[in-house]
Design a protein around this ligand. Structure first.
Ligand SMILES: [Zn+2]
Length: 289
């Protein structure tokens, strides 16, 4: 089992191959009564609210993990899935929309609908546009409240961070914040500059989360373990230090290649062990500092 988990750590990097998706691990953790985190393949987090109003799901993980995900959701409840929220457009958060969102209202930023409506180039493959029933039909740009299962969910768009259309979802009664990929807990984050993301705005958006939510909030990121407010602060602080190191080296005239060769971010090598490596983090920051 350990070996499977270790292999699956690299899922976001490896694509699909001949993986046996029917056997992937999904770790289910209760965050609060009726609220669970389903950690798919030790890589991507899905959050499920179940109760008197039915089921609400935040993020749909990979297309290939959908059957396993549905299996785990059905262990929690047989009720209909009323809402699916996509925190942003990436395939590891929207891949399951066709099944999870089939009979649900799908809530997302307009960029998600726009992106999924077109064929997507992925490496050498073309992923066809999604059918209408898998596309978001409730589009959020301004803050939106949604009463569901006894909570007044607060859905907020934080622009131009991980992508141009990142949503965060707060459950005030449970004091749980689902932050999507504005949190790669413990790791260098992926900032998708091809989809409107920006590393400086990314950091500003994390700072807004730190300011806005209570210090005893529990934060579920798209990747990595569940974080406390203090852990989020520490992660933000460490990332800020890496910005300063790259900025200072650039100001001295050092090239990206020299920074990598000298491993100027060696001190944060642990943060490069999930998806974005030390070198990729230098490449992310360099053009913007
Ligand atoms: Zn993402």
């Amino acid at each position: 089992m350990k070996r499977i988990i270790v292999l699956l750590l690299f899922l976001p990097l490896l694509g699909y191959g001949q993986r046996d998706w029917s056997a992937i691990e999904i770790e289910v953790t209760e965050l609060a009564p009726g609220l669970h985190r389903l950690f798919v393949a030790n890589a991507v987090a899905v959050v499920v609210s179940e109760g008197e109003d039915g089921i609400l799901v935040i993020d749909a993980a990979y297309e290939q993990s959908t059957d396993r995900l549905m299996e785990e959701i059905r262990k929690l409840s047989d009720a209909p899935i009323k809402y699916l929220i996509n925190t942003h457009l990436h395939f590891d958060h929207t891949g399951g929309n066709k099944v999870i969102g089939k009979d649900a209202d799908i809530i997302a930023h307009p960029s998600v609908r726009e992106y999924m409506s077109k064929d997507q180039q992925r490496g050498e493959n073309i992923l066809p546009a999604s059918p209408e029933y898998a596309l978001p039909n409730i589009l959020v740009e301004e803050p939106m409240d949604l009463l569901f299962n006894g909570e007044n969910l607060q859905i907020t768009h934080l622009p131009d961070g991980h992508t141009r259309g990142d949503l965060i979802v707060y459950f005030p009664e449970s004091n749980i914040l689902v932050a999507g990929d504005l949190l790669f807990a413990g790791y260098f984050p992926f900032v998708d500059t091809s989809q409107g993301g920006h590393p400086i705005t990314y950091m500003e958006n994390v700072a807004r989360i730190l300011e806005h939510f209570p210090t005893d909030v529990t934060i579920v990121g798209g990747h990595g373990p569940v974080f406390t407010h203090q852990q989020l602060q520490q992660w933000h602080d460490e990332l800020n230090k890496t910005f300063a190191v790259v900025q200072e080296a650039k100001a001295r005239g050092m090239s990206q290649d020299e920074m990598k060769k000298q491993r100027i971010l060696r001190q944060w090598e642990e943060m490069g062990s999930f998806f974005i490596t030390e070198d990729q983090w230098i490449d992310t920051l360099y053009p913007f500092l």
